[in-house]
Design a protein around this ligand. Structure first.
Ligand code: HEC
Length: 157
């Protein structure tokens, strides 16, 4: 029993020590999606969906939940954001070539149709981010339309 108590104490100390370390936050306060919005012109409902369900991991600004203040949860969240942004960052739309933009939209359609995004780990705690069938459809239709416009050379304007 003594040894278990010792281990428990050690773990508690470790947990406390861990709280002094924090991953960098993803919190650009400016209008970080202005380029994306201006170029692709998403209708209001689509923009609302992206904001509520995707931007936390796919843009330069995350609305952090309170439990992000607790390590190691903060590291887990930070990792999701890092990987999400690597794949797709709406705040850096200006840095993608036309082909890359088309490819990102193609992947978006695939992920949304397969209900792989937003990640399940996220919707467990962000109930409202879960996409309804209608929202999925709106997102996919907008992405398909936008791909056609890029293909026709109508975008970028
Ligand atoms: C909790 C964070 C999180 C949220 C919210 C989220 N994603 Fe992701 N997304 C990721 C991560 C992490 C990856 C990279 C790893 C993977 O594919 O699972 C990713 C990858 C992607 C990819 C690239 C997939 C590929 O195969 O290359 C697309 C497209 C995507 N997400 C679209 C979306 C869309 C659209 C939404 C909103 C409807 C969304 N994501 C919401 C974390 C997130």
């Amino acid at each position: 029993m003594k040894i278990i108590k010792k281990i428990a104490k050690l773990l508690l100390l470790l947990f406390i020590a861990l709280q002094f370390f924090r991953p960098d936050k993803n919190s650009n306060q400016g209008d970080h999606t202005v380029y994306f919005r201006t170029e692709t012109n998403p209708p209001e409902d689509v923009m609302a969906i992206l904001t509520q369900s995707c931007f936390d991991c796919h843009s330069s600004n995350t609305q952090y939940p309170w439990y992000n203040n607790i390590a190691p949860v903060s590291y887990w969240i930070s990792n999701h954001i890092k990987h999400g942004k690597e794949e797709l960052n709406f705040s850096e739309w200006d840095q993608y070539s036309k082909n890359q933009k088309d490819h990102k939209l193609e992947e978006l359609i695939e992920e949304v149709e397969a209900a792989k995004m937003p990640l399940n780990e996220y919707t467990w705690t962000h109930e409202k981010a879960r996409l309804t069938e209608e929202q999925q459809k709106a997102l996919v239709e907008w992405a398909k339309r936008t791909r056609i416009l890029y293909g026709l050379g109508e975008l970028p304007r």
